[in-house]
Design a protein around this ligand. Structure first.
Ligand SMILES: NC(=O)c1ccc[n+]([C@@H]2O[C@H](COP(=O)([O-])OP(=O)(O)OC[C@H]3O[C@@H](n4cnc5c(N)ncnc54)[C@H](O)[C@@H]3O)[C@@H](O)[C@H]2O)c1
Length: 336
């Protein structure tokens, strides 16, 4: 199948590109590189053994999208492109709605006029807001608490309305929990600009000596060791979930939604311990106050994806920490 990956040069999109190529699909990347590097393309070539077509451009450029869909005879779209930093979205909500929601509307216009009506969309567990109960299943009320989460929710609503208006659409929302880790080659991985927002990339920066210590926001939560608990999923498991969703929607018109997580919660202290054990390093910690809006625990119920997509996360927290460090070490050398 000919598949367009918007945001395919980014962290999750690049790993999905590898999995889709290995499954025999033709992948085309469209990215504006606002949060990724051009060198990812060479690294992808090394992994898959052939260059992947990439168009540098913005999803808000509808005419460009129309041309790409036509030129490459695209049959389906995996829509990863988006801005994703919660704090930044609170500072600049308009940028987030413009890029994420406006960009998606532009993409959908181009798709509709080219009769491409199949999409796998990168949504987020953020759409659930504060958990009313755990584990979070797909029927949990959505109550996003920040502009980033609301941008994802608006997109889900737009896609739902679109599918209701025309039964030819086949759409899946994948609500990711916390993607971590890297491809086993160590060539691609998460490489955030500036100070990382996520726990494991932050730990890796501390291990590299670029940051002095890890802040642990609260050790008095009602969890086993007092630190916050989250559901971490290996990025390669997540990428394989996209392939499973792609196969599923071929037979399934309308909209379907799946949580992609491990289904298991791990605490901050647990993640630090595993990282230290796997990589023989010591991570200095500073316990500080809880952050406003943080919940004590959050993890997914993943039965729906297990049953309908025949997909399950198989990689462990050890795998996530080891592969993150492998990528960071390689990447550090490559950048020196
Ligand atoms: N990583 C996570 O923790 C996480 C969790 C839940 C959901 N998501 C969602 O998954 C998707 C992929 O996330 P990621 O971690 O790979 O992020 P990323 O920033 O690494 O990748 C996103 C890519 O999209 C590109 N992009 C952004 N706006 C664009 C635009 N207007 N036109 C073209 N390209 C554009 C960026 O340059 C980047 O390469 C995002 O939509 C994100 O919101 C990520």
């Amino acid at each position: 199948m000919n598949i367009l990956l918007t945001g395919g040069a980014g962290y999750i999109g690049s790993h999905a590109a590898v999995v889709l190529c290995a499954a025999g699909h033709n992948v085309v990347i469209l990215d504006n590189f606002c949060n990724s590097q051009h060198s990812v393309l060479d690294r992808l070539t090394k992994i898959v053994g052939k260059p992947m077509p990439c168009i540098e451009g913005d999803i808000r450029d509808t005419l460009l999208l129309e041309k790409v869909l036509k030129d490459y005879k695209i049959e389906t779209v995996m829509h990863f492109a988006g801005l994703k930093a919660v704090g930044e979205s609170v500072q600049n909500p308009l940028d987030y709605f413009d890029n994420n929601v406006g960009g998606t509307i532009s993409l959908l216009h181009a798709m509709r006029s080219n009769n491409v009506k199949s999409m796998v969309f990168s949504s987020s567990a953020t759409v659930y807001g504060m958990p009313n109960y755990l584990p979070l299943d797909e029927a949990h009320p959505t109550q996003a608490k920040n502009p980033y989460g609301r941008s994802k929710l608006h997109i889900e609503e737009i896609l739902t309305d679109l599918a209701a208006s025309d039964p030819a659409w086949h759409i899946s929302f994948l609500r990711y929990f916390n993607p971590v880790g890297a491809h086993e080659s160590g060539l691609i991985g998460e490489d955030p600009n500036g100070i990382p927002n996520n726990l494991v990339p932050y730990i890796a920066q501390v291990a590299l000596g670029r940051l002095p210590h890890l802040n642990v926001y609260g050790d008095d939560y009602p969890t086993a060791d007092g630190s916050g608990v989250r559901d971490y999923i290996h990025v390669m498991d997540l990428a394989e979930g996209h392939l499973a969703a792609l196969n599923y929607i071929q037979q399934q018109p309308g909209v379907c939604v799946f949580n992609l997580g491990s289904g298991k919660g791990s605490s901050v202290f647990e993640v630090v311990k595993v990282f230290e054990n796997e990589n023989a390093s010591s991570i200095p910690l500073k316990v500080t106050m809880r952050r406003i809006g943080d919940v004590s625990e959050c993890y997914a119920k993943v039965d729906k994806a297990n049953i309908h997509l025949n997909w399950k996360a198989t990689r462990t927290l050890q795998d996530m920490c080891r592969s993150t460090w492998n990528f960071q070490k390689n990447h550090k050398c490559a950048n020196q």
